[in-house]
Design a protein around this ligand. Structure first.
Ligand SMILES: Nc1ncnc2c1ncn2[C@@H]1O[C@H](COP(=O)(O)OP(=O)(O)O)[C@@H](O)[C@H]1O
Ligand SMILES: Cc1ncc(COP(=O)(O)O)c(N)n1
Length: 508
């Protein structure tokens, strides 16, 4: 079937809600550069991404191992299949591999004349590997005037002009002007590889000598992010610009929108933990809204305020504090505590099994062990002289069931949040009761004096701080859905802490 017969006729008047953006580029199976980065970048800016693959690379964050270039005719078939059916709002061009590929793209661009073409003249990867055969440079030069925006890095700018690499930013801008004048198109000079005295910042500049921009040179400043995870920044930038340009229709406005996003993607790149070389940037960092350190813990604590207030208002706590608590209720509380600790210990062992780091694994395993030690100590001392119920009361059973349910979600974060109130609320209540006891002059005849003294355990306070910090870190790595589940699990456990202290009155 003739492709021209079916060619889609764009209707200039229909507004574009979701930019349909085609990337013509190489594949990076590790997902950081090439079409994979382009598709993420297009999606991150609200576009619908399409990809015609020029070449397959076998690469990872450490370098390119091999390049396979399918027949150029097949690239033409991919391009025609898209343009015969779909309105294309913008095209981004990346790795072109060789002269035959460039020829196919050149012919297709002339046939279809897309509204927006961004050309990233990819030649050499960050790793130093060549992505364009040097015999193809003349063909690439001939393609440049067909683009609306060319986005070379400093090395590519120098090759395109057949000049040495610019030694500073001023020289790079002068080179950008020469390329813009020669190609009669807009050039984005990128400062990512600036060295020497200019290396502290990371500016980019749009240059057009033909009056397309408001000024001949528009510089957009940017802070340099200290990271080695810059694999695919050029790919991500050019496809983001193509997408945003469809919406805003102004290169300066597009760059001012995309540059802060890219900075955020570089800043949060480390959280992806992909590969041991130059890792990818985090394209979707703006969707995840990672809480700052301490923020999630503060949010949990704020959510527990009402339960803590309610705990302080309980007859049980008042009676324990002033010594009026009936002995029967205290005995019930101790017996249930021992039963609870046994179940809690099993749950903590599960937390240890799910822990993402060895430090956390060890912390939770130790906590699990300490629970069993405290349980047997209760039996040896406090419970040895008191009648002990061996069956869990309804609150104990519900609380442990809730923890066991959290432990089968398989989410470390949710389980940590579920076990946290038993550390945190207990530690806070304990510290308050102990302080009240001391404020009252530690009365010698107080029936629960020995018990109240056990609350001043600095080791438990330190463990509580550590557990809070682990929950906070888990929240930083969690998705929003998982963080919401953490909040719910914590809130439910806080509620059980309240009910547990009230159980001796209702069930004792
Ligand atoms: N360390 C960094 N901090 C902030 N922005 C950076 C950093 N490295 C690159 N960029 C930005 O990423 C984009 C790509 O730049 P560059 O690294 O020069 O190109 P390429 O990825 O093609 O080699 C530019 O907008 C540049 O300013
Ligand atoms: C398929 C493909 N296309 C482009 C690049 C360049 O990206 P970078 O310069 O960031 O390594 C790459 N490494 N792989």
């Amino acid at each position: 079937m003739s492709s021209s017969f079916l060619a889609y006729q764009p209707q200039a008047s229909s507004p574009v809600r979701i930019p349909r953006v085609l990337t013509i580029a190489g594949s990076d199976p590790s997902g950081g550069a090439g079409v994979q980065a382009d598709l993420k970048s297009i999606a991150a800016h609200g576009g619908y991404g399409m990809a015609a693959i020029t070449a397959l690379t076998a690469q990872n964050t450490r370098g390119v191992r091999a390049v396979h270039i399918p027949p150029a005719d097949f690239l033409t078939a991919q391009l025609d299949a898209i343009s015969d059916d779909i309105r294309i709002d913008a095209v981004k061009i990346g790795m072109l591999a060789d002269a035959a590929v460039i020829g196919a793209v050149h012919a297709w661009l002339e046939r279809t004349n897309p509204a927006i073409v961004v050309l990233d003249p990819v030649m050499v990867a960050t790793s130093g590997d060549r992505l364009l055969q040097d015999t193809a440079e003349a063909a690439l030069q001939a393609l440049l005037p067909l683009a609306d925006l060319i986005t070379p890095n400093l090395a590519e700018l120098a090759i395109l002009l057949n000049e040495p690499v610019a030694a500073d930013w001023a020289e790079a801008l002068a080179q950008g002007k020469r390329l813009a004048a020669r190609t009669e198109t807009t050039v984005l000079v990128k400062g990512g590889h600036l060295a020497g005295s200019d290396a502290g910042s990371c500016p980019d500049a749009l240059i057009n000598t033909g009056g397309v921009l408001g000024q001949e040179t528009i510089e957009v400043q940017g802070d340099r992010v200290a990271t080695r995870n810059s694999h695919g920044t050029g790919c991500s930038l050019s496809s983001a610009l193509a997408t945003v340009q469809v919406r805003v229709g102004d290169w300066e406005a597009a760059l001012r929108e995309v540059k802060p996003w890219l900075q955020g993607a570089l800043r949060t790149a480390g959280s992806l933990d992909v590969g041991s070389g130059n890792g990818p940037v985090h394209h979707f960092h703006h969707l995840q809204q990672t809480p700052a350190a301490g923020e999630f813990a503060a949010h949990l604590r704020a959510g527990a305020t009402d339960d803590l207030e309610a705990i302080y208002g309980l007859d049980f706590i008042r009676g324990l504090s002033d010594g009026t608590l009936p002995e029967k209720e205290f005995a019930y509380y101790l017996a249930q505590d021992a039963i609870y600790l046994n179940g809690y210990s099993r749950v903590l062992a599960r937390v240890s099994a799910l822990a993402p780091t060895e430090d956390e694994q060890l912390f939770w395993a130790r906590s699990s062990q300490q629970c069993l030690e405290v349980e047997s100590e209760l039996h040896r001392t406090w419970l040895s002289t008191r009648p002990t119920a061996s069956a869990p009361g309804p609150v104990t059973k519900s609380y442990v069931d809730h923890l066991l349910a959290a432990s089968v979600t398989g989410s470390y974060g949710v389980l940590v949040a579920a076990v946290l109130p038993c550390f945190w609320l207990y530690a806070e209540v304990g510290a308050t009761l102990h302080a009240r006891f001391l404020d009252a002059g530690a009365p010698a005849g107080h029936p629960y004096a020995d018990w109240l003294r056990t609350y001043a355990d600095e080791e438990f306070a330190a463990s509580t701080r550590q557990a809070i910090a682990y929950a906070d870190t888990a929240a930083q790595y969690a998705s929003r859905t998982e963080r919401d589940a953490m909040t719910r699990a914590f809130a439910e456990s806080s509620r059980y802490e309240l009910e547990f202290f009230d159980a001796p009155r209702t069930h004792g």
